[in-house]
Design a protein around this ligand. Structure first.
Ligand SMILES: Cc1cc2nc3c(=O)[nH]c(=O)nc-3n(C[C@H](O)[C@H](O)[C@H](O)COP(=O)(O)OP(=O)(O)OC[C@H]3O[C@@H](n4cnc5c(N)ncnc54)[C@H](O)[C@@H]3O)c2cc1C
Length: 352
């Protein structure tokens, strides 16, 4: 069975790898760019929409661990003082109710963990099981692993349409010609709706632009992901600071960025420098992308339309990429191992 994955961002890469590893005949087609290139890369379940979504994200974290060595994958944990003490207590109680590991850090414990910090909140929460990955490098590494497992890549081509006959997928029409396929997995981020709409799936997408700032390397200020009221911050292995353009970026619902690129970078730089007196950041990269956020804010993953057509589109796609790879490989093999986990995210809820 010939399986084509459309999209070579973090989702397409994880799916292509798990399919190839399972012995499928895989071709991954990607036009390049996308949200993965500008992601913060935080793998977590402290942000979630409801109990089911929390569980999916937990499974996402576990699936990343099953991927083993991936460039930039670091289980350094996260520390948050995003809310006031009462808000943090409520968050901790809710997370503990889900069986999530949470540590309460008093002022001195936080100072011990992040010595250069200027602020001294009376309470912070640590989420020791969380981590991060360098999303673009991880996607490239997973594609390389897919190639090693027998997959083929077709890069730079754009898929114009998924073709089907008598209720079955037959292949794709690309800017580089026709490609036959028995199964097509659309993991094309914001490019997905145009490919599934002709097959009866009106996938609405929210407009959620996100920006990311990456600094030149500085001496180490934090070993853990920081969730401060003014900004989320992490420092990569090379010493670069990453900070999203928005506060609490995972729940950011702005439809446009009010500031231009340099003003956005200056604001993020100011927010980070205020936390670490003496730190002088010089931005090395500013990136912007639309987050692939389905209309109801929830992941979309599973069978879609004609026999052989599958869809995987979601925000927090870094957290969820590894579990999406496992789940799609299982579905293609005819399994139902992830049926209960994925039930709320069935693409057919958007059937026209
Ligand atoms: C600022 C920002 C911060 C974020 N932070 C986090 C975070 O901390 N944690 C987290 O889990 N998530 C985060 N996200 C979300 C996460 O980055 C995305 O959900 C994830 O990268 C989506 O991956 P993807 O592979 O589905 O899509 P993309 O990375 O967008 O890739 C889609 C690919 O499909 C290709 N494509 C599209 N249409 C076609 C076509 N017709 N033919 C061929 N190819 C096509 C594109 O070229 C692209 O390469 C963040 C996003 C942003 C923007």
């Amino acid at each position: 069975m010939k399986t084509v994955v459309v999209g070579t961002g973090i989702l397409g890469a994880a799916i292509a790898f798990r399919l190839a590893e399972a012995g499928c005949d895989v071709l991954a087609i990607g036009a390049g760019g996308g949200a993965t290139e500008c992601s913060f890369g935080w793998i977590n379940a402290s942000f979630y929409l409801d109990a089911h979504h929390h569980r999916l994200r937990r499974e996402g974290m576990a699936a990343w661990r099953r991927l083993g060595e991936v460039p930039g994958l670091d289980w350094q944990g996260a520390v948050s003082w995003e809310h006031d003490a009462a808000g943090l207590e409520a968050q901790a109680a809710e997370l503990e109710g889900h069986g999530y590991r949470v540590e309460r850090l008093g002022m001195n414990a936080l100072r011990d963990r992040v010595p250069g910090l200027a602020v001294a909140p009376e309470l912070a929460l640590a989420f020791p099981e969380e981590g991060s990955v360098e999303p673009a490098s991880a996607a490239r590494a997973l594609l390389a692993r897919a190639e090693d497992a027998g997959a083929r890549l077709m890069l730079g081509a754009r898929v114009e349409a998924v073709t089907a006959r008598a209720g079955r997928v037959t292949g794709l029409r690309t800017t580089w010609g026709e490609v036959a396929a028995d199964a097509v997995i659309v993991a094309a981020g914001c490019g997905a709706p145009a490919l599934v709409e002709p097959h009866g799936l009106a996938l609405p997408m929210l407009t959620r632009p996100g920006a990311m700032m990456v600094s030149r390397p500085v001496p180490r200020v934090t070993d853990t992901i920081l969730v401060a009221p003014a900004r989320e911050i992490r420092q990569d292995a090379a010493g670069r600071i990453l900070a999203p353009g928005a506060v609490s970026h995972q729940g950011d619902d702005a439809e446009r960025l009010d500031l231009g690129p340099e003003a956005t970078a200056a604001q993020a730089k100011g927010a980070v420098e205020a936390l670490f007196p003496g730190l002088a950041l010089d931005w090395q990269r500013i990136a912007i992308a639309n987050r692939p956020m389905p209309g109801d804010g929830r992941p979309v993953i599973g069978r879609a339309g004609p026999e052989g057509l599958f869809l995987a589109v979601m925000h927090s796609g870094v957290t969820l990429a590894a579990i999406a790879g496992e789940a799609v490989a299982d579905l293609i093999a005819g399994g139902d191992r992830f049926g209960a986990l994925l039930a709320p995210y069935d693409p057919r809820r958007f059937a026209a």
